[in-house]
Write a protein that binds this ligand. Structure first.
Ligand SMILES: Cc1ncc(COP(=O)(O)O)c(C=O)c1O
Length: 410
């Protein structure tokens, strides 16, 4: 008897349509880890490239050398070259690759080929906003590295120069990995790089959260400030399809990284994603500074308005943020409103306001929708009424959301 999958297929179509309608048109997304992908990049994601392979290189086959494992790849190969060139221009880097499949894989792509077993790393601990992947049980455990915390104990988990330098002098690590998942303020990189390079340590910069701001020439300029290799996700403040990229000015390091990608960390690099990423890189070449300015200005304005309305935020004394993120002061929230960040985010979700359950808010996607500083007062008002105030503001949110039908900076 033929299998009938019709009901499940209809259900699947409904789920995808439902998701697209809800998350794409009926809510405001304030998650700092996400963004809206431009219409052209989305179109490329569903192109024929989605099912294809290419593996350019020099591969031995029966005593001869072939220049690709696959045929039929001329368009895909040109797309990769175009993407790499756009990344090199946008980030003013001598070498770039758009192949890493995600921010995490981009981190592995940078670290694994360059750090031998037994290496010692300094990275910001998760308790101070660092990425869990660098904590002792995760990436370091796979490669036999030890990891010690780089202190980030200033307001908003900022890194203070003297404390960082002291730790580097004491530990003499093989590498420092900068970058945070809770990421409000740039680092004192020049001093860190100088201290580390004095004994040949490597400085890595995980730009996963702030890549879109760096693309616009804002936040900080890690390559010019001393980073050896920069890498990150392409879908947080950088508004591309989910994926990763990596760039560096160090030819010696790139010569070790590039051959380690294929067959060590992954095989197929997902060429539809790379076409979408190339499109986003080109869009940011045109619009990056205006997009980054709008995102950061919105974050500061939303921070000021929320704080004034009684949602306690971290780093008020430092102007809340220099990035796309804001951090709720969770102990103060519990004390003032008898609610923690998880249930608060669930309350907001019911009112069509999407934030994460760990107390982060982000303004990248609303900037892409065209909301500006003048709109942040109203956003804060909705968050307060729909959150601690327990008001039903969902209808008002929906109507307001409908007045931003198209993406800007795309
Ligand atoms: C600082 C940082 N690095 C790396 C990652 C991993 O990125 P991806 O989900 O693209 O693998 C994250 C994810 O949140 C992150 O915050």
């Amino acid at each position: 008897m033929a299998v009938d999958t019709g009901a499940d297929e209809r259900r699947l179509a409904q789920l995808v349509r439902g998701h697209d309608r809800w998350r794409g048109r009926e809510v405001f997304n304030l998650l700092p880890s996400e963004n809206a992908v431009s219409p052209k990049a989305r179109r490329y994601l569903s192109s024929d490239l989605a099912g294809r392979y290419t593996l350019p290189g020099e591969w031995p086959v029966d005593g001869e050398t072939v220049d690709n494992s696959y045929a039929g790849t001329r368009y895909a190969d040109a797309i990769e070259q175009l993407g790499d060139a756009a990344a090199r221009r946008l980030f003013r880097a001598e070498h770039a690759t758009v192949r890493p499949l995600s921010g995490h894989i981009a981190a592995l792509s940078a670290l694994a080929p360059l750090l031998p077993r037994g290496s010692k790393l300094l990275a910001i601990a998760p308790e101070q906003g660092g990425y869990d992947g660098y904590a002792p049980g995760f990436i370091p455990a796979l490669f036999g590295w030890t990891v010690r915390p780089l202190p980030a104990d200033r307001p908003g988990n900022a890194v203070e120069e003297a404390a960082a330098l002291e730790e580097i002098r004491r530990e003499r690590p093989h590498a420092v990995v900068l970058g945070q998942s809770f990421f409000l303020f740039p680092y004192p990189m020049k001093a860190i790089a100088e201290e580390l390079h004095r004994h040949d340590g490597l400085l890595f910069y995980d730009a996963s959260h702030v890549l879109g701001l760096i693309a616009g020439g804002r936040f900080q300029d890690p390559l010019r400030e001393g980073a050896d290799v920069v890498f990150g996700s392409t879908h947080k403040s950088f508004p591309g399809p989910q994926g990763g990229l990596l760039f560096t000015n160090r030819s010696d390091l790139f010569a070790q990284i590039a051959p380690s990608l294929v067959w060590r960390l992954f095989d197929n690099a997902h060429w539809n994603r790379i076409a979408g990423l190339a499109q986003t890189l080109l869009e940011l070449e045109r619009t990056g500074p205006a997009y980054a300015d709008a995102t950061i200005a919105n974050a500061k304005a939303l921070g000021t308005a929320l704080h004034a309305k009684g949602i306690p935020l971290k780093a008020a004394e430092s102007g809340f943020t220099e990035s796309h993120q804001l951090h709720i002061d969770r102990p103060a929230l519990r004390q003032r409103h008898q609610i923690s960040s998880g249930p608060l985010a669930r309350r907001w979700e019911k009112q069509r306001l999407i934030a994460d359950l760990m107390g982060r808010l982000g303004t990248a996607e609303v900037a892409r929708l065209g909301l500006g500083v003048a709109d942040m007062e109203r956003m804060a008002d909705l968050l307060v009424r729909g959150g601690p105030g327990r008001e039903r503001v969902g209808r008002e949110v929906l109507e307001w959301r409908r007045s931003f039908p198209a993406l800007k900076f795309a």
